[in-house]
Design a protein around this ligand. Structure first.
Ligand code: 5GP
Length: 345
């Protein structure tokens, strides 16, 4: 047994210190990013905020809505081959939708089938997603995917430490997905005791991946636009959102009426609800590591998107970053014991 005494931090533990700036308006801030990748020859130029590949948020409708704002979506892996083919056939060339898959043979076969039928070059981004990215089987799968798809941008995760971020970059991943346990409907930390404070995971994985020209995507734990700004400030190249986008019209999920109010169901991909839906129930040897919640219906995602983009732009203005690219360099975190004044709720 070993105890590490260095304090690791979450979004709630810090604020970003304001800095002198020559910017006069947040409209001057450019929050798009241009990325080259270690493996893929493709160039990404968009707003690096991605809807999570959960079946509630990684919908075609979300991809279209966010795409209009220059944002990305990691599609959920549960559509049929025909549905993916239709969707990718309908997209314009400059889209940034990720095709997501796990590491089962069935997922791989399905991907090959979609790729064969979709217009050539329509799929450019892959998201290889498992709850625990620390297994040899996962690393081997990333290697296999890289060999089969030399030109694709491959995002892979999830991990939370620099050593594994490096290993995955070397195995063929362009973007490392970072986060174990911070998600809004995740119960991994309760069920297993495993996890890592998300801001420190971002800082440490970014440091490791950037040294190898890898990128990282901070996945999970953002509850307000300020958390997204902190993730970027900590070194995230991309930020992935589940709960912040859930409950909107473009998100999937059963609609429930209670006392005249409309709610939308949102559940973790390892919750009992998800396993009942896709795996015929929770297998005897495992426990659910996600929960199911009802969120008041939130209407079109448009308003939330505006809040998110406005918040990130404003964060850049406060620290004098003309471009999102400069935010990390301009960020000094200060540790706090209080974030907000909640006297009025
Ligand atoms: P959020 O933005 O809602 O805080 O976090 C979204 C992320 O939570 C997802 O992208 C995914 O990594 C993670 N997640 C989704 N469902 C589950 C689940 O059932 N269990 C766990 N441990 N994590 C989940």
């Amino acid at each position: 047994m070993h105890i590490e005494n260095t304090i690791r931090l979450d979004f709630k533990d810090v604020l970003i210190r304001p800095k002198r700036s020559t910017l006069t308006s947040r409209s001057e801030v450019d929050i798009t990013r241009e990325f080259k990748f270690r493996h893929s020859p493709l160039k990404y130029h968009a707003i690096p905020i991605i809807a999570a590949n959960m079946d509630t948020t990684g919908t075609f409708e979300m991809a279209r809505a966010l795409g209009r704002h220059g944002m990305s979506t990691a599609l959920c892996k549960h559509y049929s081959v025909e549905e993916y083919v239709d969707f990718f056939s309908s997209l314009e060339e400059k889209h940034t939708a990720f095709y997501s898959l796990g590491i089962s043979d069935a997922d791989w076969e399905k991907f090959l089938a979609v790729e064969k039928k979709a217009p050539k070059g329509a799929i450019q981004y892959l998201c290889i997603d498992v709850a625990n990215g620390y297994t040899e089987a996962f690393v081997s799968f990333v290697k296999k995917a890289r060999e089969a798809c030399p030109d694709y941008v491959i995002m892979a995760g999830n991990v939370v430490t620099g050593d594994m971020a490096e290993e995955l970059v070397l195995a063929g991943a362009d973007i490392i997905k970072v986060g174990i346990g911070p998600g809004s409907v995740c119960t991994t930390r309760k069920m297993t005791g495993v996890g890592y404070p998300q801001l420190s995971a971002i800082i440490e994985c970014a440091d490791a991946a950037h040294g190898l020209s890898g990128r990282i995507c901070a996945d999970g734990g953002c509850t307000v636009p300020g958390d997204i700004a902190k993730a970027f400030g900590g070194g995230a190249d991309f930020v992935m959102l589940g709960g912040m986008l859930a409950g909107h019209d473009e998100a999937a999920g059963e609609i429930v009426e209670i006392d005249g109010k409309t709610f939308k169901r949102f559940y973790g991909m390892s919750s009992k609800d998800a396993m009942d839906k896709y795996a015929g129930g929770v297998a005897k040897y495992r426990a659910a590591e996600g929960k199911s919640v009802l969120i008041p219906a939130r209407g079109p995602v448009e308003g939330t998107v505006q809040g998110i983009l406005g918040g990130v732009r404003s964060a850049c203005t406060y620290v004098g970053a003309k471009r999102l690219k400069e935010l990390t360099m301009r960020t000094t975190f200060i540790r706090t014991s209080m974030q907000t004044n909640d006297i009025f709720g």
